[in-house]
Structures are given as structure tokens and as C-alpha cells.
Design a protein around this ligand. Sequence first.
Ligand code: SF4
Length: 207
Amino acid sequence: MENDRAVPQNAEQLRHNDNESTGGGKSGQSVRRYSHWQELINNLPYMVMTLLGGAVLAFGIPGLLLRYAAASVYVVYGVVGTLWIILFVCPYCGYWGTRACPCGYGWIAAKIRARQTDSCFTDKFKRHIPVIVPLWFIPVVIGIPLLVRNFSWGLLILLVVFALEAFVVLPFVSAKHGCKECPQVDTCPWMKGKHEGTSSYPSAETS
Ligand code: SF4
């Protein structure tokens, strides 16, 4: 099947030359490599959202055991969601096994699963991203009824901060930084239309 994704021609070169910033390739353009610090920074919005969601549950749910159990399950869900993407989406990405992935999932995926065909990337993305979508809604769906039944300023503030982080800060940072710099930006279903044609990364068409 024809691969219609804009996979950099030098992604393959990056896999075999992962020691320094790589320029050239067929396109002659450079592909940015991310340090572990940069990867950590790019993961921070998701990590903060997960912790805030856990805090909403821990603060709002009555009963010591129940509240910490719910918060723990939510945070574990956030971690498992990340692993899910690494296992079921990243192996289909052209940046599997390289340091060109902004959040570091690419090189982690290479340690646990073999590379799969790039042509399925969009399908896999659409199929598996919904697995993590409930993370955005669980604290709100549980927190608002708790707030109505037993109002507290602490829970209200946590819910507002969570909502701002999940629905404003994270999408904004992703659109302006993490996803904007992602090599997949021109073909990603999430970013498609928001960022078309502005990726600084070499694409198949540039070769
Ligand atoms: S760019 Fe996206 S799909 Fe590709 S390896 Fe990184 S996180 Fe996974």
C-alpha cells in the first residue's frame, strides 16, 4: 500500500546515526533531535493534567480508602494510557526508534516493540487515541456532581485548575510547542488543518 504520510526521508538515517544532530538526508534539511530534558518538558502538560485529575478525585470523593483508590486508579490509567500509545501507535510512526520524537516515545517504543508499517499510522492513531480521551473527562464528570452535593472551595478551585490545564493549557502548549515541533505534524489527524504546510521538518515531498 502506498505510504501517503510525510515521513522524513532521513528518519531511517536517524535510526542508524543516533549520536548527534543529523543534517542532510535526501532532503538536505536537518531533523531536530530531542534531549531527555526536552522530552520531559514536552511531557509535562500531560503529567500535570494527570496529577491534577488525581487530585480532584482524592479531594472530592468521600471516604479515605475510596478517594485514594480512585485517585490511584486514575493516575495509573494516565501512565497505562501513555504506554498504550507507545505500544499501539508509535511502532507505526516514521520516528519509531529515533530521537526525533518530541516526547521520547519513539525511542521507548523501539525497546519494547518492533517497527510496523508506516502506512497504517493514521488508522492506528484514530483507533487508539480514544483510549486516553476519558482522562480529560473523568475528573469533571465525577467532580461536578460531588461539588453540587457537597460544595467546597477547595474542590471548586481544583476543578477549575484541572479544566484550565486539560482544555486550555495542554492543547495550547501542544499546538504551539510539542505538536508544532512534531515531525508528524502535517499528517497527524489531531493537528491536521491547524498546522498544514508549516512543519520545519523534511517531508517525503521534499526529497
Ligand atoms: S512522533 Fe508521535 S507517534 Fe511518532 S513516535 Fe513520537 S509520540 Fe509516537
